[in-house]
Design a binder for this molecule. Structure first.
Ligand code: UD1
Ligand code: UDP
Length: 382
């Protein structure tokens, strides 16, 4: 039996973990034992528990209940607590997703006590080291033994940093295995997309019609914590609702809702909260979110996961960031990087509203990344 410890903490990691746990349950339950640690980085019910229930993820065996804190304090506390679990569980691998502080902490804790790291969503780069996520992912990749890379761009990024693909096992942190396997979030969409319509009524609740609204999420720290950037993005949303007369649905990350309430200038706050075309709502469940994505006419976001989901559902994307790790979306003409620039966001929305047919060639795999990852981990045991 292969024993793995999977670490989740933030919303997108819980969603990614759903795909891995499902693959283990359906196809590898006699060969892989999974122990799930929840760091507690995200803790509101609508940022955490809802996904366990809705996506059928086993309850975490351990919740470290870390909660919110500064980067240093949060990361240090997770390292401290994960180390204890790893020392007692002695897994064959620790499995880490993405690029959050929970990812980095897991990587530091495991590497120092020589527990091999499996990094899912390896190789992504924004080439912007002021992003906390860029530091987290670079450090995690360079401590990993098995790197599972969603895109060919990710493979090229790793090769540029000295990694080699196609090397032979046995793999170690000094001789890592790098695998292009497609995107684990795509596994979830393939699995849940059909049933979302039957299991949620968010379209009816918000009185939305297919292709008649823009979906928007904003939570990056450089957008929420910069009044100038936040004002530009929100002003663009108001313009879309007021002047373009498009409905906008904005499921608000708690980080963003706190800042909007406490810091947004009163005039923009009033425009945002009193316009009937704007639905400012709490975070939604995953099935609700994919119903909104699937039925929207355009997605405006600074989220990593939501950018990809826009592409999966063949929706035009406006990226409210200066760059993206998912460069294929931009290269294929399905997305525009508008940064936090009010005019550029508005121009990009107008462009897509009038654009004809867009191309969405497959770049994120076949929906079976999780099975590939399980088989590759098992191969290392032989
Ligand atoms: C984190 C990740 C980011 C990821 C995002 C996914 C890091 C450095 N950042 O950002 O990469 O894209 O999760 O959503 O790891 N809060 C609540 N309730 C919660 C969780 C958070 O109120 O359940 C509020 C707190 O005020 C907290 C703030 O949100 O201080 C930020 O939370 P944190 O986990 O530090 O960062 P995110 O912005 O969520
Ligand atoms: N998501 C969700 N409810 C929401 C907003 C997002 O279920 O209200 C999902 C979304 O579908 C995607 C993931 O959360 O699967 C993206 O997470 P997030 O944007 O928080 O983080 P990022 O991907 O930027 O790290």
């Amino acid at each position: 039996m292969l024993k793995i410890v999977t670490v989740v903490g933030a919303r997108p990691q819980i969603i990614k973990a759903a795909a891995l746990s499902r693959a283990i349950r359906n196809s590898f339950s006699n060969e892989i034992e999974e122990i799930i640690i929840h760091t507690g980085q995200h803790y509101d019910a609508n940022m955490s528990q809802v996904f366990f229930e809705e996506l059928g993820i086993p309850n975490p065996h351990i919740n470290l209940n870390i909660g919110s804190a500064s980067h240093g304090k949060q990361t240090a506390q997770i390292i401290h607590d994960i180390e204890k679990v790893l020392l007692s569980e002695k897994p064959d691998f620790i499995v880490l997703f993405g690029d959050t502080n929970s990812t980095l902490a897991g990587a530091i804790a495991a590497s120092k006590i020589h527990i091999p790291i499996v990094h899912i969503e390896a190789g992504l780069r924004s080439f912007n080291k002021s992003m906390p996520e860029e530091i987290n992912r670079i450090m995690c990749d360079h401590a990993s033994t098995l790197l599972f890379v969603p895109t060919q761009t990710g493979i090229k990024n790793l090769e540029r940093e000295g990694f080699t693909t196609g090397t032979a096992a046995p793999y170690t942190a000094d001789h890592p295995g790098v695998f292009h396997c497609g995107d684990i979030m795509f596994d979830n969409l393939v699995h849940f997309s059909e049933m979302a319509g039957q299991k949620t009524d968010i379209m009816q609740t918000l009185d939305l019609k297919e292709n008649e609204f823009v979906l928007c999420t904003i939570h990056r720290d450089n957008n929420t914590d910069s009044p100038e950037r936040l004002n530009q993005i929100i002003s663009a949303m108001c313009y879309i609702a007021e002047t373009m007369q498009l409905k906008i649905v904005i499921p608000l990350h708690p980080r963003t809702s706190k800042i909007i309430e406490s810091k947004l200038p009163k005039d923009i706050y009033n425009r945002l909260t009193t316009n009937n075309n704007i639905h400012l709502i709490p975070p939604v469940s995953y099935l609700e979110m994919i119903m909104l994505e699937k039925n929207s006419c355009l997605i405006l976001s600074d989220s990593g996961g939501v950018q990809k989901e826009a592409y999966f559902f063949k929706k035009p994307l406006v990226v409210a960031r200066p760059e993206t790790e998912w460069i294929e979306i931009i290269e294929n003409g399905a997305g525009i990087i508008a940064d936090a620039d009010e005019l550029k966001i508005i121009e990009s929305v107008k462009y897509f509203m009038n654009a004809g047919h867009l191309e969405f060639p497959d770049v994120f795999g076949d929906g079976h990344a999780a099975e590939f990852i399980c088989r590759t981990m098992l191969d290392q045991k032989k």
